[in-house]
Design a binder for this molecule. Structure first.
Ligand code: UDP
Ligand code: MG
Length: 318
């Protein structure tokens, strides 16, 4: 029987300082496994030399494939493109910036051989700023209360997926792809391996504070309707209290007559309710925006050039 094929998916956006070093490190590790392999670089509309470098690698090494986007479509789109082009029996998603230790791939494959469909590499938060790790911890605590899927702090996109798991992910054609949630949503047998956080050596992280906040909101909104429900509950709660208050006031007025002040209560009620209404509207707006995006059914990305073909039976997935 043929040796199994491993697809390594590498989203790369402005990684000219890393792609070559990354590829050679990766190749050394893959050479020690008993797998056939292909590396799929997904150039996410880089404006630097990333694409020419990848193309050069691909002319020398036939197992290097690349897909290049017409512009920056984001890492989620890059991962999706990687899945659509992967021919492997299993796939590893890994960053190009050497922050994901390539040596861990051996351990991931071991998990795969033990029969797990997802082997997740989970990092600690060593070397990260205190504020960022505290915010992350808080976010994960909160989000796991709110959403239906479980999201693990430190478990990112670095993981191995079996063909079955990849196929399951490809069936989901939603426009707003929040990979972390999707990975968890599909279920399957999962195993987690841990590694120590590595700081980026070359180039900058593509995450700005505002991008992180948007990503955080996507995580909450993409996964269920609970925030909408929350609005309903909050509204109901406040309405009940308001009714009670009105009732008590009314009784009091009947008993002791109207006394003038009341400005404070009035204004606080107006402000409070106004606030709640705005938040609720915002949440509803988020969902409507998403519905709007989904109805447009735009493709997740556009390909400028590639040396790889898509798996035939996924052509219906945009
Ligand atoms: N990346 C991408 N498209 C983007 C942003 C990032 O393909 O719009 C890639 C990037 O090249 C890297 C990986 O995704 O290989 C992780 O990005 P980054 O290192 O900026 O994220 P961090 O490690 O800080 O979470
Ligand atoms: Mg990084």
């Amino acid at each position: 029987m043929d040796k199994p094929l491993l697809s390594v998916i590498v989203p790369s956006y402005n990684e000219e300082q890393n792609v070559e070093a990354f590829y050679f490190a990766l190749r050394d590790v893959l050479a020690t496994t008993h797998y056939r392999w292909e590396v799929i670089f997904v150039d996410d509309g880089s404006s630097d030399e990333t694409l020419p470098l990848i193309q050069r690698l691909s002319t020398w090494h036939s197992s290097v494939k690349y897909v290049s986007f017409t512009r920056n479509f984001g890492k989620e789109a890059a991962i999706l493109a990687g899945f659509q082009h992967a021919k492997g029996d299993c796939a590893v998603i890994i960053d190009a910036d050497l922050q994901h230790p390539v040596e861990l791939i051996g351990e991931l494959l071991q998990g795969y051989e033990e029969g797990y469909d997802q082997v997740i590499a989970c990092r600690d938060r060593k070397g990260e700023s205190l504020v960022r790790s505290a915010v992350s911890r808080l976010y994960y605590k909160l989000i796991n209360r709110v959403v239906d899927v479980t999201l693990e702090n430190g478990a990112g996109d670095f993981r191995l997926l079996s063909r079955r798991a990849m196929d399951a992910l490809l069936v989901m054609s939603e426009g707003n792809r929040f990979s972390k949630g999707l990975f968890s949503w599909i279920g399957f047998e999962q195993k987690t391996v841990h590694y120590e956080n590595v700081s980026r050596k070359n180039g900058d992280s593509k995450w700005s504070a505002s991008k992180l906040i948007n990503y955080g909101i996507d995580g909450i909104i993409s996964f269920n309707m609970k925030p909408l429900r929350l609005c309903l509950y909050a509204g109901g709660f406040i309405l009940t209290i308001a009714m009670l208050y009105i009732f008590i006031m009314f009784i009091q007025i009947l008993r002791t007559g109207v006394d003038v002040p009341g400005y404070f209560t009035m204004i606080s009620a107006v402000l409070f309710l106004g606030g709640i209404q705005l938040v609720s509207l915002g949440i509803i707006g988020e969902y409507i925006g998403r519905i709007y995006n989904e109805t447009k059914r735009r493709p997740h990305y556009l390909v400028k050039e590639t040396n790889s073909s898509r798996e035939k039976h996924y052509e219906h997935v945009q």
